[in-house]
Design a protein around this ligand. Structure first.
Ligand SMILES: CC(C)(COP(=O)(O)OP(=O)(O)OC[C@H]1O[C@@H](n2cnc3c(N)ncnc32)[C@H](O)[C@@H]1OP(=O)(O)O)[C@@H](O)C(=O)NCCC(=O)NCCS
Length: 190
């Protein structure tokens, strides 16, 4: 029974996304795991580049978790100069993720670009699949464990406090905190 359900699920996925999704499942996830396990960050940058990410050579990429490359693409990752991506961040590549220059993503932050409950789920009638790009503007800082929902833009030189859940855009030079994240202060331009 379990096997039948699995085959049915795969049947639905193939119908929706085409056969190549299976090959992407098989090859891209191990590739992403290899990127994570590499002991030296320039090698991570190199492998991301080879896979199609647009990434500046100065980016400091720690042991990152990547998802969504099968439906999306490694090409959806766009990383600027001096970006710092911390340990165990989860980056969803269903849609574009723009990390502009000098932005810092602290450990375990989650950057989402889609919502999908799975093609077989009855919940899909209420929450159909959606995807939207996510942007972190120049110099912004995302605190550890923050969750950014799909479609949000974090403004230039803004801060998302640790553990916050960002559900809407954050203006420039603004600090937000909490769930849902609310403005706690404005930063003076220096
Ligand atoms: C956002 C942050 C930078 C705020 O620093 P700050 O400007 O000095 O702000 P304050 O500490 O004065 O806090 C201002 C208010 O926000 C609240 N606040 C701060 N951080 C918060 C958080 N993560 N969640 C909810 N509320 C928070 C404070 O309790 C305070 O509330 P109050 O005015 O009611 O007392 C800091 O709290 C933070 O989250 N840093 C991220 C740390 C991190 O991720 N490190 C990873 C290694 S790089």
């Amino acid at each position: 029974m379990g096997l039948m359900k699995l085959l049915k699920s795969y049947g639905l996925i193939i119908k929706k996304r085409g056969l190549k999704i299976i090959f992407k499942h098989i090859f891209l996830k191990p590739y992403a795991m290899l990127i994570k396990l590499l002991p030296f960050y320039p090698l991570r940058v190199l492998l991301l580049k080879v896979a199609g990410a647009k990434i500046h050579l100065s980016a400091y990429i720690q042991e990152v978790n990547l998802m969504g490359m099968d439906v999306g693409s490694f090409k959806n990752l766009v990383v600027g100069e001096n970006v710092h991506l911390g340990e165990e961040c989860l980056i969803d590549l269903y849609d574009k993720v723009y990390l502009e220059k000098d932005s810092v993503i602290s450990p375990k932050a989650i950057l989402l670009t889609h919502q999908s409950v799975g093609v077989w789920s009855p919940m899909a009638k209420y929450y159909p699949e959606k995807k939207l790009p996510l942007t972190i503007k120049e110099g912004a800082w995302i605190g550890a464990g923050a969750i950014l929902l799909f479609g949000v833009t974090i403004g230039k030189m803004s801060v998302v406090a640790a553990g916050s859940v960002v559900v809407k855009d954050v203006p420039p030079y603004t600090v937000v905190a909490g769930n849902p994240a609310k403005v706690i202060k404005k930063l003076k331009k220096k």
